[in-house]
Ligand binder design. Structure first.
Ligand code: ADP
Ligand code: F6P
Length: 323
């Protein structure tokens, strides 16, 4: 039987993402509408263990929908990976009268939520990561803003690259996932793309490709390299030595994780936040909110974490074939 929940906590965990604030706002206000009390938990699971817990009311989340980052702060907390940390986390929830927690984060954060649900605290996850690497959902909060930020930056590099007839290796975020790189390579018309899921260590192919493209009359060359491959500076030096074309490396870095969320991120984050607050009010636990086949839905966390995500072969083929 579903457990009746009266007070919920909301936290953000793992890497921050634009749109997390919109999700916090939606969770808080929909939960209040549903008759629940809400508490904000600062700095992810670390803040929970340190009891950094504040009462939230309607106005606590005012004027944040348009802001990047997360007003709650976020952290990576090793202690919470251990059972003792999780047991203590559940105890702290009970001490503060919290019977449910909504976790906004990536699949590492989902594992924390799963552990808390096993400790008797109702948990609901909301996908928040710029990496788009959560298997159960086609959308994660922050990807849209991040990929548009990266795309605009790459357009700018391309302008100057063209003027100087240079080659540029541009490193985008994604330590384990190539979605930002894949989308930018298509959106920016890159010469080549390197992503963790497909890396074959064959740099000569990239060099040959640049030479062929230069002979075809191309005045700029953009190689998009995911953070997980890295080494953009040394790669640029080797490309320059092999092709004779002046080559620079640009690492976009944290710029991709900040900034005001796009309209899509605000709307999806708001919808998912409300969806999660409704699941909480229904007494659901160990669930994650997903966007699948054009609709919002929810899934068991155990099932969600067992799923694998792979890069679309067709999109990868497109990225390689219409330069
Ligand atoms: P993301 O949620 O973006 O994938 P991380 O993988 O860094 O980010 O995870 C965020 C936090 O979630 C970690 O710092 C840790 O506190 C918690 N976490 C990660 N893995 C586990 C796990 N296996 N069990 C419990 N908590 C975990
Ligand atoms: O938020 C996801 C992400 O940006 C990954 O692409 C990257 O691997 C990681 O976080 C980097 O995190 P940090 O800058 O906190 O080390």
């Amino acid at each position: 039987m579903a457990k009746q929940v009266k007070t919920i906590g909301v936290l953000t965990s793992g890497g921050d993402a634009p749109g997390m604030n919109a999700a916090i706002r939606a969770v808080t206000r929909k939960a209040i509408k549903n008759g629940l009390k809400v508490k904000g938990i600062k700095k992810g699971y670390m803040g929970l263990l340190n009891e950094e817990i504040v009462d939230f009311e309607w106005r606590s989340v005012a004027d944040i929908i348009q802001r990047g980052g997360t007003i709650l702060g976020t952290a990576r907390c090793l202690e919470f990976v251990e059972e003792e940390g999780q047991r203590r986390g559940a105890e702290i929830c009970r001490k503060h009268g919290i019977d449910g927690i909504i976790v906004i984060g990536g699949d590492g954060s989902y594992r924390g939520a799963q552990a808390l649900s096993h400790q008797g605290i109702n948990t609901i996850g909301i996908p928040g990561t710029i990496d788009l690497d959560i298997a159960c959902t086609e959308y994660t909060i922050g990807f849209d803003t991040a990929v548009n930020t990266a795309m605009s930056a790459i357009d700018k590099v391309r302008d100057t690259s063209s003027s100087h007839e240079r080659c540029n290796v541009i490193e985008v975020m994604g330590r384990h996932a190539g979605y930002i790189a894949l989308w930018c390579s298509i959106a920016n018309g890159a010469d080549d793309i390197l992503i963790p899921e497909k890396y074959d260590y064959d740099e000569q192919k990239i060099i040959d490709n640049i030479i062929v493209n230069r002979k075809r009359g191309k005045t700029h060359h953009i190689i998009i390299n995911a953070e997980g491959i890295g080494h953009s500076g040394s790669m640029a030096r080797r490309i320059e030595a092999a092709t004779g074309i002046e080559t620079r490396a640009t690492i976009l870095g944290s710029i991709q994780r900040g900034g005001s969320p796009s309209c899509k991120d605000r709307v999806y984050a708001s919808t998912m936040g409300c969806f999660a607050a409704d699941l909480m009010a229904e007494g659901k636990t160990n669930r994650v909110v997903c966007y699948k086949d054009g609709d919002y839905t929810d899934l068991d966390i155990d099932e969600a974490l067992a799923m694998q995500k792979s890069i679309s072969e067709y999109q990868y083929e497109i990225a390689k074939s219409i330069l």
